[in-house]
Design a protein around this ligand. Structure first.
Ligand code: FES
Length: 139
């Protein structure tokens, strides 16, 4: 390969990379992930017998952290992404609420905002127990 050919390849590759740097963000804006169709995923959170009342676990559903806990009424699952600025919330087993460490947002066991700056409740996920296995899925 001659020096000229090598430089041509280098410039062409650089131009393609430069053009993609502009095109990729435009494409993702025009065609956001939500418009690519529904994606449902079912994930096991473990055996139901491994959960005591008010005990929780964090699982990933479609790449999103989801908080699963057992209440006396059954299993519940909520997005663990705070609706304020997106911090990861945590279950408080003693108080039976969901707390955000960033700005002291608090959600109740139904995912509703109790106090703090979160503007909306946490998104809920469907939970079913199949053959003793706790299954969480996108709604
Ligand atoms: Fe959760 Fe601000 S990010 S309260």
């Amino acid at each position: 390969m001659s020096r000229r050919t090598f430089i041509d390849w280098l410039l062409t590759g650089g131009l393609v990379a430069w053009a993609m740097a502009f095109v990729a963000p435009v494409l993702s804006y025009v065609w956001p992930a939500q418009s690519r169709g529904p994606s449902t995923q079912t994930v096991s959170a473990g055996k139901a017998s491994d959960f005591k009342d008010w005990e929780s676990k964090m699982v990933a559903v479609s790449g999103h952290p989801v908080l699963v806990f057992r209440s006396p009424q059954g299993f519940r699952a909520f997005s663990a992404i705070c609706t304020h600025l997106g911090c990861i919330v945590a279950w408080n087993e003693a108080r039976h609420d969901i707390e955000c460490p960033c700005h002291a947002g608090v959600f109740d066991a139904n995912g509703k905002v109790v106090s703090g700056p979160p503007p909306r409740p946490l998104a809920e996920y469907a939970v079913v127990v199949v053959n003793g296995e706790v299954m969480v899925k996108t709604a």
